[in-house]
Structures are given as structure tokens and as C-alpha cells.
Design a protein around this ligand. Structure first.
Ligand SMILES: Nc1ncnc2c1ncn2[C@@H]1O[C@H](COP(=O)(O)OP(=O)(O)O)[C@@H](O)[C@H]1O
Ligand SMILES: [Mg+2]
Length: 244
């Protein structure tokens, strides 16, 4: 079979340097696990972590898609907080995978420069070792989105993506996959069907119940396993969790 062309748009980002981010402190206040580790929000992310671990009775590694109905509900912030909460548990190693190829923001929230990442990995230009970067939080690594591809859904829905997810699962205790809003594009549903579970982030007071219900139904109709919801109340600010 002919080798697939990368089909990446733009000049692209420089290659990732695995150690370059180890000493970059996380400054964004929304990452409550770093900025207010004793506060209520941090405690609630620990609760979410505990619920996920309680469901994981055999201690196996898991891939979890984090999505929401609409943009701006708090997916990326929740993914990062959950990752830090998980990494507090001795022995757990967590990867945050930025699979929001439309609006990647994991690196932005961590104050890191954009580098080659998932799109190059899926195009066969990088290996996993070349794409994964450590962070200033011990036990938390990231794999950035990389150069914006012209065909995000096609790349994310490919067999290669399944292979990448399986390989990452072998290396990390949890792979948390940040995605675009599920009602906007099919990417989260495609990834949700490949992953072990899905967390649905819901911003209370702004996202209509029928949007949440439709998202839940769509994710499950495509084969996804919605584990529960992570409720964000940006007014309080406060989060709580509900688990099915
Ligand atoms: N728990 C929270 N409390 C207050 N603001 C939040 C919270 N989570 C996210 N935000 C804010 O909401 C905005 C969108 O969050 P983000 O995680 O980027 O959403 P998404 O990834 O779903 O598009 C950001 O400006 C972020 O600071
Ligand atoms: Mg986001």
C-alpha cells in the first residue's frame, strides 16, 4: 500500500525536546490542583480521581476521553486538574494527550511553546518517544496536538490512532484525552469509541440539558462508554461530580 502523505498545513512547529518543559512552572490559576491544592476545587478533582480509580478494580491502565457538548465548558482545565490529581497517587503516571486539533490549548494552559506532537505522530513523522514531554509536575507528561492538520477527523479516526492509543496505554497508568466539543465535530465521538471511557464536562447554568443529553446519546450510540459527568460551576467557582 502507498505510504500516506502527512497532509499537515503550515510550516509546522519545531520538534519537541522531552526535557525542556520540566522546569516551567504552571502559572494559570485555573489549574487549582497547583494553585490552591488545599481548596475545595482541588478536593473535588481528587474526588473525581477517586471515583475513577474505584471503578478501575483491576488497576489496569486506561484511556479516558474528556469532552463536552459545547466549546468553553472547561474540558482542558478539567483534564489538566484531573491529571495532577491522579499523579498525586504514588506510582501513577498520567499522559495528557491534546487531541483537540481544532483549538489545541494544553500547551497554552501550561505556559509551554507549541511543538510537534499528535498530528506528526499520526502522520508517521515522529515516534512516541519523540512526541511525549515531561512537565514540572512529577508523574504528568503531555503529548501536544502538533501542527494543525487539514483533515483532523480523518487522522483521529484512523487505525493508526487506535494503535497510538494502545501504545500510550501500555506506557501510562492513565491517558487523558482532551478533545473538541462533541456537538461541533465528530472527533470526540470517534475517539470515545476507541477509548476505555468518556468523561463529560458540563458547565452548569449555561449548557442546556438537552444539549448534554444529545451529546451523551451520540457518544454512546457511536460505541463510547460514558463513565460520568464533571460539573463545572464557573460562577461559584466550584465543581462537583456525578458518577453513573
Ligand atoms: N472550574 C472552573 N472555574 C472557573 N473557570 C473555569 C473553570 N474551568 C474552566 N474555566 C474557564 O473557562 C474557560 C474555558 O475553559 P477550557 O478548559 O479552555 O474549556 P474547553 O476546553 O471546554 O473549551 C477558560 O477561560 C477557563 O479559564
Ligand atoms: Mg479545550
Amino acid at each position: 500500500m502507498a505510504k500516506r502523505e502527512p497532509n499537515l498545513s503550515g510550516p509546522g512547529f519545531p520538534p519537541a525536546v522531552p526535557e525542556e518543559s520540566l522546569n516551567v512552572p504552571i502559572r494559570r490559576e485555573e489549574i487549582a490542583m497547583v494553585h490552591s491544592p488545599q481548596g475545595l476545587i482541588a478536593e473535588q478533582f481528587r474526588g473525581l480521581r477517586n471515583s475513577i480509580q474505584a471503578m478501575n478494580t483491576d488497576g489496569a491502565s486506561h484511556t479516558l476521553v474528556v469532552t463536552s457538548a459545547l466549546p468553553g465548558e472547561g474540558k482542558t482545565v478539567s483534564t489538566l486538574n484531573l491529571a495532577v490529581a491522579m499523579a498525586e497517587v504514588p506510582g501513577l503516571h498520567v499522559l495528557v494527550l491534546d487531541a483537540d486539533l481544532h483549538n489545541p490549548s494544553v500547551e497554552k494552559f501550561l505556559g509551554l511553546p507549541r511543538r510537534q506532537g499528535l498530528s506528526e505522530l499520526l502522520s508517521g513523522k515522529l515516534t512516541i518517544d519523540q512526541a511525549v514531554r515531561g512537565t514540572s509536575i512529577e508523574g504528568v507528561s503531555i503529548l501536544g496536538a502538533g501542527t494543525p492538520p487539514r483533515n483532523p477527523s480523518e487522522l483521529l479516526g484512523s487505525d493508526r490512532m487506535k494503535t497510538v492509543m494502545n501504545r500510550l496505554r501500555q506506557r501510562f497508568s492513565y491517558v487523558l484525552i482532551d478533545t473538541p466539543a462533541a456537538l461541533n465535530v465528530s472527533d470526540a465521538s470517534l475517539l470515545g469509541a476507541m477509548a476505555d471511557g468518556i468523561l463529560l464536562v458540563v458547565r452548569m447554568g449555561s449548557t442546556a440539558r438537552y444539549h448534554v443529553q444529545r451529546t451523551h446519546n451520540t457518544l454512546e450510540a457511536l460505541g463510547g462508554n460514558v463513565l460520568g459527568t464533571c460539573l463545572i460551576d464557573a460562577n461559584q467557582p466550584d465543581i462537583s461530580k456525578e458518577y453513573s
